[in-house]
Design a protein around this ligand. Structure first.
Ligand code: PLP
Length: 391
Protein backbone atom coordinates (compact mmCIF):
# COMPACT_ATOMS: atom_id res chain seq x y z
CA UNK A 1 0.00 0.00 0.00
CA UNK A 2 2.66 2.44 1.10
CA UNK A 3 4.62 2.14 -2.14
CA UNK A 4 1.53 2.65 -4.31
CA UNK A 5 0.44 6.02 -2.97
CA UNK A 6 2.31 9.29 -2.89
CA UNK A 7 2.88 10.73 0.54
CA UNK A 8 1.78 14.21 1.54
CA UNK A 9 4.12 14.83 4.43
CA UNK A 10 5.98 18.12 4.51
CA UNK A 11 9.09 15.96 4.57
CA UNK A 12 10.29 13.37 4.12
CA UNK A 13 9.02 13.75 0.59
CA UNK A 14 8.39 11.32 -2.24
CA UNK A 15 11.55 9.73 -3.61
CA UNK A 16 12.10 9.93 -7.39
CA UNK A 17 13.21 6.63 -8.86
CA UNK A 18 16.38 8.26 -10.23
CA UNK A 19 17.35 9.31 -6.70
CA UNK A 20 16.52 5.94 -5.16
CA UNK A 21 18.94 4.41 -7.65
CA UNK A 22 21.54 7.12 -7.13
CA UNK A 23 21.58 6.36 -3.39
CA UNK A 24 21.76 2.62 -3.99
CA UNK A 25 25.38 2.33 -5.12
CA UNK A 26 27.97 -0.28 -4.15
CA UNK A 27 30.29 0.44 -1.25
CA UNK A 28 33.05 2.76 -2.36
CA UNK A 29 36.30 3.87 -0.77
CA UNK A 30 35.55 7.41 0.27
CA UNK A 31 39.27 8.19 0.13
CA UNK A 32 39.54 6.99 -3.45
CA UNK A 33 39.77 9.21 -6.50
CA UNK A 34 36.25 8.10 -7.47
CA UNK A 35 34.49 9.77 -4.53
CA UNK A 36 36.08 13.21 -4.95
CA UNK A 37 34.15 14.16 -8.10
CA UNK A 38 30.87 12.95 -6.56
CA UNK A 39 31.33 15.16 -3.50
CA UNK A 40 32.50 18.09 -5.63
CA UNK A 41 29.44 17.75 -7.85
CA UNK A 42 27.07 17.60 -4.84
CA UNK A 43 28.68 20.69 -3.30
CA UNK A 44 28.67 22.67 -6.53
CA UNK A 45 25.02 21.72 -7.08
CA UNK A 46 24.03 22.77 -3.57
CA UNK A 47 25.78 26.12 -4.00
CA UNK A 48 23.77 26.80 -7.14
CA UNK A 49 20.50 25.78 -5.51
CA UNK A 50 21.29 28.07 -2.57
CA UNK A 51 22.23 30.97 -4.84
CA UNK A 52 25.63 31.13 -3.12
CA UNK A 53 28.63 32.24 -5.14
CA UNK A 54 31.31 33.13 -2.58
CA UNK A 55 31.35 30.77 0.36
CA UNK A 56 31.33 27.12 1.28
CA UNK A 57 28.98 24.23 1.74
CA UNK A 58 29.29 21.63 4.50
CA UNK A 59 27.42 18.33 4.26
CA UNK A 60 27.15 16.42 7.54
CA UNK A 61 25.77 12.92 8.10
CA UNK A 62 22.90 14.27 10.22
CA UNK A 63 19.53 15.97 9.76
CA UNK A 64 18.33 19.55 9.71
CA UNK A 65 18.64 19.71 13.50
CA UNK A 66 22.36 18.99 13.15
CA UNK A 67 22.52 21.82 10.64
CA UNK A 68 21.08 24.23 13.23
CA UNK A 69 23.71 23.06 15.69
CA UNK A 70 26.52 23.41 13.16
CA UNK A 71 25.43 26.96 12.22
CA UNK A 72 25.27 28.12 15.82
CA UNK A 73 28.29 26.37 17.35
CA UNK A 74 30.67 27.29 14.54
CA UNK A 75 30.05 31.01 14.61
CA UNK A 76 28.96 32.07 18.12
CA UNK A 77 30.54 32.27 21.56
CA UNK A 78 29.08 31.13 24.90
CA UNK A 79 26.59 33.68 26.20
CA UNK A 80 26.25 35.46 22.86
CA UNK A 81 22.93 37.15 22.30
CA UNK A 82 20.74 36.04 19.38
CA UNK A 83 17.43 37.42 18.18
CA UNK A 84 14.67 35.02 17.16
CA UNK A 85 10.89 34.85 16.78
CA UNK A 86 8.92 31.94 18.25
CA UNK A 87 5.91 31.29 16.04
CA UNK A 88 5.79 27.55 15.47
CA UNK A 89 7.31 24.21 16.38
CA UNK A 90 10.54 24.59 14.44
CA UNK A 91 11.37 28.13 15.47
CA UNK A 92 10.64 26.94 19.02
CA UNK A 93 13.03 24.01 18.70
CA UNK A 94 15.83 26.11 17.21
CA UNK A 95 15.50 28.55 20.11
CA UNK A 96 15.61 25.62 22.53
CA UNK A 97 18.80 24.35 20.86
CA UNK A 98 20.40 27.79 21.24
CA UNK A 99 19.43 27.96 24.91
CA UNK A 100 20.86 24.51 25.56
CA UNK A 101 24.13 25.81 24.13
CA UNK A 102 24.11 28.65 26.65
CA UNK A 103 23.17 31.39 24.21
CA UNK A 104 21.11 34.35 25.40
CA UNK A 105 18.07 34.34 23.11
CA UNK A 106 15.99 37.51 22.81
CA UNK A 107 12.67 35.94 21.86
CA UNK A 108 9.88 37.77 20.05
CA UNK A 109 6.69 35.80 20.70
CA UNK A 110 4.22 35.64 17.82
CA UNK A 111 0.97 33.72 17.49
CA UNK A 112 1.38 30.44 15.61
CA UNK A 113 0.23 31.22 12.07
CA UNK A 114 2.13 34.51 11.93
CA UNK A 115 5.48 35.05 10.26
CA UNK A 116 8.74 36.57 11.45
CA UNK A 117 7.87 40.08 12.73
CA UNK A 118 10.13 42.34 10.70
CA UNK A 119 9.09 45.53 12.55
CA UNK A 120 9.78 44.00 15.96
CA UNK A 121 13.16 42.77 14.70
CA UNK A 122 13.92 46.23 13.31
CA UNK A 123 13.10 47.79 16.69
CA UNK A 124 15.23 45.27 18.60
CA UNK A 125 18.16 45.85 16.24
CA UNK A 126 17.83 49.63 16.43
CA UNK A 127 17.73 49.45 20.25
CA UNK A 128 20.87 47.29 20.30
CA UNK A 129 23.28 50.18 19.87
CA UNK A 130 26.09 48.20 21.53
CA UNK A 131 25.69 45.42 18.94
CA UNK A 132 25.31 42.69 21.55
CA UNK A 133 23.08 40.70 19.21
CA UNK A 134 25.48 38.45 17.31
CA UNK A 135 22.96 36.57 15.17
CA UNK A 136 19.43 36.96 13.85
CA UNK A 137 17.60 33.66 13.34
CA UNK A 138 14.87 33.28 10.74
CA UNK A 139 12.78 30.17 10.15
CA UNK A 140 12.07 30.80 6.49
CA UNK A 141 9.27 28.27 6.23
CA UNK A 142 7.54 27.27 9.49
CA UNK A 143 6.59 23.72 8.55
CA UNK A 144 4.27 23.36 11.55
CA UNK A 145 1.99 26.21 10.52
CA UNK A 146 2.61 26.48 6.75
CA UNK A 147 3.97 30.02 7.03
CA UNK A 148 6.72 31.53 4.87
CA UNK A 149 8.53 34.60 6.18
CA UNK A 150 10.28 37.36 4.31
CA UNK A 151 14.02 36.82 4.67
CA UNK A 152 14.95 39.73 2.40
CA UNK A 153 12.90 42.09 4.59
CA UNK A 154 14.79 40.94 7.69
CA UNK A 155 18.09 41.60 5.92
CA UNK A 156 16.80 45.04 4.87
CA UNK A 157 15.93 45.80 8.52
CA UNK A 158 19.43 44.73 9.59
CA UNK A 159 20.99 46.96 6.91
CA UNK A 160 18.75 49.89 7.85
CA UNK A 161 19.85 49.56 11.48
CA UNK A 162 23.48 49.27 10.39
CA UNK A 163 23.63 46.07 12.42
CA UNK A 164 26.55 43.66 11.93
CA UNK A 165 24.86 40.49 13.28
CA UNK A 166 24.93 37.30 11.25
CA UNK A 167 21.73 36.33 9.46
CA UNK A 168 21.07 32.60 9.96
CA UNK A 169 18.20 31.03 8.06
CA UNK A 170 16.47 27.70 8.57
CA UNK A 171 15.58 26.72 5.02
CA UNK A 172 14.81 23.10 5.85
CA UNK A 173 11.38 23.13 4.22
CA UNK A 174 12.03 25.88 1.68
CA UNK A 175 15.41 25.32 0.02
CA UNK A 176 15.10 23.47 -3.27
CA UNK A 177 11.36 24.17 -3.49
CA UNK A 178 10.57 27.86 -3.06
CA UNK A 179 12.53 31.01 -3.74
CA UNK A 180 15.77 31.09 -1.79
CA UNK A 181 18.71 33.41 -2.54
CA UNK A 182 21.64 33.32 -0.21
CA UNK A 183 23.75 36.00 -1.92
CA UNK A 184 20.92 38.31 -2.92
CA UNK A 185 19.28 38.21 0.52
CA UNK A 186 22.57 38.51 2.40
CA UNK A 187 22.10 35.22 4.24
CA UNK A 188 25.25 34.30 6.18
CA UNK A 189 24.28 30.75 7.13
CA UNK A 190 21.61 28.62 5.51
CA UNK A 191 20.54 25.26 6.94
CA UNK A 192 18.64 22.44 5.31
CA UNK A 193 18.37 18.66 5.16
CA UNK A 194 18.25 16.05 2.42
CA UNK A 195 14.67 14.84 2.92
CA UNK A 196 12.61 17.79 1.71
CA UNK A 197 13.33 19.89 -1.38
CA UNK A 198 16.21 17.62 -2.35
CA UNK A 199 13.79 14.65 -2.43
CA UNK A 200 16.24 12.24 -0.77
CA UNK A 201 15.96 10.07 2.32
CA UNK A 202 16.81 11.80 5.60
CA UNK A 203 20.47 11.64 6.58
CA UNK A 204 22.25 14.79 5.45
CA UNK A 205 22.48 18.17 7.16
CA UNK A 206 23.40 20.73 4.52
CA UNK A 207 24.84 24.08 5.57
CA UNK A 208 25.66 27.00 3.29
CA UNK A 209 28.27 29.33 4.76
CA UNK A 210 28.78 32.85 3.42
CA UNK A 211 32.02 34.85 3.71
CA UNK A 212 31.01 36.69 6.90
CA UNK A 213 30.14 33.41 8.62
CA UNK A 214 33.46 31.91 7.51
CA UNK A 215 35.22 34.86 9.15
CA UNK A 216 33.12 34.43 12.33
CA UNK A 217 34.36 30.84 12.61
CA UNK A 218 37.81 32.19 13.50
CA UNK A 219 36.56 33.76 16.73
CA UNK A 220 33.73 31.40 17.70
CA UNK A 221 34.08 29.60 20.99
CA UNK A 222 31.27 27.10 21.45
CA UNK A 223 32.40 23.47 21.85
CA UNK A 224 32.06 21.40 18.71
CA UNK A 225 33.71 18.36 17.22
CA UNK A 226 31.43 16.29 14.98
CA UNK A 227 29.95 19.51 13.60
CA UNK A 228 33.19 21.46 13.24
CA UNK A 229 32.90 23.06 9.81
CA UNK A 230 36.67 23.71 9.68
CA UNK A 231 37.29 19.96 9.47
CA UNK A 232 34.95 19.71 6.47
CA UNK A 233 36.43 22.44 4.32
CA UNK A 234 38.52 21.53 1.32
CA UNK A 235 36.34 18.56 0.39
CA UNK A 236 37.82 16.23 3.04
CA UNK A 237 35.68 14.21 5.41
CA UNK A 238 37.03 13.86 8.93
CA UNK A 239 34.91 10.69 9.24
CA UNK A 240 33.13 8.17 7.03
CA UNK A 241 30.64 9.91 4.74
CA UNK A 242 27.36 8.33 3.56
CA UNK A 243 28.52 8.02 -0.04
CA UNK A 244 25.17 6.82 -1.37
CA UNK A 245 23.30 9.84 -0.03
CA UNK A 246 25.97 12.21 -1.29
CA UNK A 247 25.77 10.62 -4.72
CA UNK A 248 22.01 11.09 -4.43
CA UNK A 249 22.56 14.76 -3.63
CA UNK A 250 24.74 15.21 -6.70
CA UNK A 251 21.97 13.73 -8.86
CA UNK A 252 19.21 15.60 -7.00
CA UNK A 253 20.80 19.00 -7.54
CA UNK A 254 21.25 18.04 -11.18
CA UNK A 255 17.53 17.31 -11.49
CA UNK A 256 16.56 20.59 -9.83
CA UNK A 257 18.93 22.66 -11.93
CA UNK A 258 17.84 20.89 -15.09
CA UNK A 259 14.23 21.79 -14.35
CA UNK A 260 15.48 25.28 -13.46
CA UNK A 261 15.05 26.86 -10.01
CA UNK A 262 12.54 29.37 -11.36
CA UNK A 263 10.46 26.54 -12.85
CA UNK A 264 10.75 24.55 -9.61
CA UNK A 265 9.50 27.58 -7.68
CA UNK A 266 6.65 28.17 -10.14
CA UNK A 267 5.61 24.50 -9.97
CA UNK A 268 5.45 24.60 -6.19
CA UNK A 269 3.48 27.83 -6.28
CA UNK A 270 0.97 26.49 -8.78
CA UNK A 271 0.45 23.24 -6.89
CA UNK A 272 0.13 25.03 -3.54
CA UNK A 273 -2.41 27.46 -4.96
CA UNK A 274 -4.58 24.52 -6.09
CA UNK A 275 -4.47 23.08 -2.56
CA UNK A 276 -5.42 26.47 -1.09
CA UNK A 277 -8.38 26.71 -3.45
CA UNK A 278 -9.48 23.26 -2.33
CA UNK A 279 -9.28 24.37 1.32
CA UNK A 280 -11.43 27.42 0.53
CA UNK A 281 -13.95 25.23 -1.32
CA UNK A 282 -14.23 23.06 1.80
CA UNK A 283 -15.13 26.19 3.74
CA UNK A 284 -12.00 25.80 5.85
CA UNK A 285 -9.08 28.11 6.56
CA UNK A 286 -5.32 27.86 6.67
CA UNK A 287 -3.34 28.20 9.86
CA UNK A 288 -1.33 30.89 8.06
CA UNK A 289 -2.96 34.10 9.21
CA UNK A 290 -2.93 35.94 5.87
CA UNK A 291 -2.68 34.88 2.20
CA UNK A 292 0.78 36.40 1.76
CA UNK A 293 2.11 34.16 4.55
CA UNK A 294 0.87 30.92 2.96
CA UNK A 295 3.66 28.48 2.23
CA UNK A 296 4.10 26.90 -1.19
CA UNK A 297 5.51 23.70 0.34
CA UNK A 298 2.97 22.83 3.04
CA UNK A 299 -0.60 23.84 3.81
CA UNK A 300 -1.75 23.60 7.43
CA UNK A 301 -5.56 23.38 7.52
CA UNK A 302 -7.55 24.37 10.59
CA UNK A 303 -10.29 21.88 11.43
CA UNK A 304 -13.70 23.03 12.73
CA UNK A 305 -14.07 23.49 16.51
CA UNK A 306 -14.36 20.16 18.28
CA UNK A 307 -12.84 18.13 15.44
CA UNK A 308 -9.55 16.52 16.39
CA UNK A 309 -7.33 17.00 13.35
CA UNK A 310 -5.34 13.94 14.35
CA UNK A 311 -8.35 11.74 13.58
CA UNK A 312 -8.28 12.86 9.94
CA UNK A 313 -4.60 11.99 9.66
CA UNK A 314 -5.05 8.60 11.34
CA UNK A 315 -8.14 7.74 9.30
CA UNK A 316 -6.50 8.70 5.98
CA UNK A 317 -3.57 6.44 6.84
CA UNK A 318 -5.70 3.52 8.01
CA UNK A 319 -8.50 3.65 5.43
CA UNK A 320 -6.64 4.87 2.35
CA UNK A 321 -2.95 4.30 3.05
CA UNK A 322 -2.13 7.96 2.56
CA UNK A 323 0.11 9.96 4.89
CA UNK A 324 -0.69 13.56 5.76
CA UNK A 325 1.11 15.61 8.38
CA UNK A 326 -0.41 15.93 11.84
CA UNK A 327 -0.51 19.06 13.96
CA UNK A 328 2.47 19.86 16.17
CA UNK A 329 2.86 21.60 19.50
CA UNK A 330 0.35 24.38 20.15
CA UNK A 331 -1.71 23.42 17.10
CA UNK A 332 -1.48 19.66 17.69
CA UNK A 333 -5.21 18.87 17.55
CA UNK A 334 -6.24 21.88 15.52
CA UNK A 335 -4.54 21.45 12.15
CA UNK A 336 -3.62 18.77 9.70
CA UNK A 337 -1.07 19.39 7.00
CA UNK A 338 -0.86 18.59 3.33
CA UNK A 339 2.77 18.57 2.25
CA UNK A 340 3.21 19.41 -1.43
CA UNK A 341 6.93 19.78 -1.97
CA UNK A 342 9.67 17.92 -3.73
CA UNK A 343 8.51 15.27 -6.18
CA UNK A 344 4.99 16.60 -6.69
CA UNK A 345 2.77 17.29 -9.69
CA UNK A 346 -0.73 18.70 -10.18
CA UNK A 347 -2.08 15.19 -10.65
CA UNK A 348 -0.42 13.90 -7.48
CA UNK A 349 -1.79 16.85 -5.53
CA UNK A 350 -5.30 16.10 -6.83
CA UNK A 351 -5.08 12.59 -5.37
CA UNK A 352 -4.12 14.04 -2.00
CA UNK A 353 -6.97 16.54 -2.09
CA UNK A 354 -9.40 13.75 -3.06
CA UNK A 355 -8.16 11.54 -0.23
CA UNK A 356 -8.48 14.32 2.33
CA UNK A 357 -12.06 14.85 1.15
CA UNK A 358 -12.89 11.17 1.55
CA UNK A 359 -11.33 11.01 5.00
CA UNK A 360 -13.15 14.14 6.20
CA UNK A 361 -16.47 12.97 4.72
CA UNK A 362 -16.08 9.55 6.39
CA UNK A 363 -15.62 11.35 9.71
CA UNK A 364 -18.75 13.46 9.25
CA UNK A 365 -17.15 16.81 8.46
CA UNK A 366 -19.35 19.08 6.34
CA UNK A 367 -17.25 18.67 3.21
CA UNK A 368 -18.84 17.93 -0.15
CA UNK A 369 -17.02 15.19 -2.08
CA UNK A 370 -15.40 16.63 -5.17
CA UNK A 371 -15.64 20.26 -4.10
CA UNK A 372 -11.97 20.75 -3.34
CA UNK A 373 -10.90 18.57 -6.22
CA UNK A 374 -12.99 20.65 -8.64
CA UNK A 375 -11.57 23.92 -7.34
CA UNK A 376 -8.02 22.62 -7.71
CA UNK A 377 -8.76 21.12 -11.13
CA UNK A 378 -9.96 24.49 -12.39
CA UNK A 379 -6.81 26.12 -11.16
CA UNK A 380 -4.51 23.45 -12.60
CA UNK A 381 -6.30 23.46 -15.96
CA UNK A 382 -5.99 27.19 -16.25
CA UNK A 383 -2.40 27.48 -15.11
CA UNK A 384 -0.89 24.37 -16.61
CA UNK A 385 2.59 24.20 -18.04
CA UNK A 386 4.45 21.37 -19.76
CA UNK A 387 4.55 18.31 -17.47
CA UNK A 388 7.84 17.82 -15.65
CA UNK A 389 9.70 14.83 -17.06
CA UNK A 390 9.51 11.83 -14.74
CA UNK A 391 12.77 11.41 -12.85
N1 PLP B 1 13.37 23.14 10.57
C1 PLP B 1 12.24 22.96 9.88
C2 PLP B 1 11.57 24.15 9.29
C3 PLP B 1 11.72 21.69 9.73
O1 PLP B 1 10.60 21.50 9.03
C4 PLP B 1 12.40 20.58 10.32
C5 PLP B 1 11.85 19.23 10.20
O2 PLP B 1 10.77 19.00 9.73
C6 PLP B 1 13.56 20.84 11.02
C7 PLP B 1 14.03 22.11 11.13
C8 PLP B 1 14.30 19.73 11.69
O3 PLP B 1 14.87 18.95 10.70
P1 PLP B 1 15.22 17.43 10.93
O4 PLP B 1 13.96 16.72 11.31
O5 PLP B 1 15.76 17.01 9.60
O6 PLP B 1 16.24 17.38 12.01
Amino acid sequence: MHALNPIFLPGPTNLPEALRRACDIPTMDHRSAAFGPILASAMAGVKQVLGLSEGEVAIFPATGTGGWEAAVTNTLRPGDKVLAARHGMFSRKWIDLCQRHGLDVEIVERPWGEGVPVEAFAAALAADTGHRIRAVLVTHNETATGVTSDVAAVRAAMTAAGHPALLMVDGVSSIGSIDFRMDAWGVDLAVTGSQKGFMLPAGLAIVGIGPKALAAMETSGLPRCFFDIRDMLGGNYPYTPPVGLINGLAVSTGLLLEEGMEAVRARHHRIAEGVRRAVAAWGMTTCAARPELCSDTVTAIVTPDGVDAGRIVRHAAEAYGVAFGGGLGEVADKVFRIGHLGLMSDVMALSGIATAEMAMTDLGLPVRLGSGVAAAQEHYRNSRTAPVRAA
